[in-house]
Design a protein. Sequence first.
Length: 262
Amino acid sequence: KLVAGNGKERSKIEVGNAVFGEGLVIIAGPCSVESEDQILETALAVKAAGADILRGGAFKPRTSPYAFQGLGLQGLKYLARAGEAAGLPIITEVLDTRDVSWVAEFAQMLQIGARNMQNFSLLKEVGKCQRPVLLKRGMYSTLEEWLNCAEYIMNEGNPQVVLCERGIRSFETYTRNTLDLSAIPAVKELSHLPVISDPTHGTGKVSLIKPMCLASVAAGADGITVEVHRNPAEALSDKDQALTHSQFEEIAKEVRLLERYM
Ligand code: PEP
Ligand code: MN
């Protein structure tokens, strides 16, 4: 299998100046792109705090069809401009096979969301384009199922896959999901692909994000991705888990300190 680790050199995946598999990569930005000045303000703030890649959703996979669905093409344009202004490459989620090729013209990295992890036609489509892909773990998926999805992408000719643990459903309700920390070293035993952690969706609670970022780095994560908003109370999606700019700054500082000991 293409994903299998056995003796293969660990993959290094470049996105702008960031390299997954070589130092800790920090992805930060809002859940959704909401306006031109919102994404620009957060882009400049996360860049100043040490982020490597700017995130922002333009197409949102919302649980309810009546919730904010994202700004689409307009959102992507705002995100791309903000990334350029801040000097950061951008990542955004793609939901539909029909959007892959044109979204790839705007974004330096494509995200496959947890809900689409096993959308095999979407996996094949991103496998045909030459952009690095962040493959989030499905909320009901085993490691083997997740790695098979990476295999689908790689089998189409795109070896640039980064895995992202984002929490799985358990019986616990205090947290939004249960961040499976052991998946990080486990997947590194099974595969040569880089793996990052998403403590934002993994916990759904601001107070738990910093400890889980630090724990993820200690567990060997190649990066973290977190949601940051200039005014979390007003965020149009995922407001209970959005960090303020200053909370992000503190987390970035601490994970960089911990990285030095790894
Ligand atoms: C997101 O990153 O905004 C997102 C929707 O994540 P997930 O697919 O992990 O739920
Ligand atoms: Mn979100």
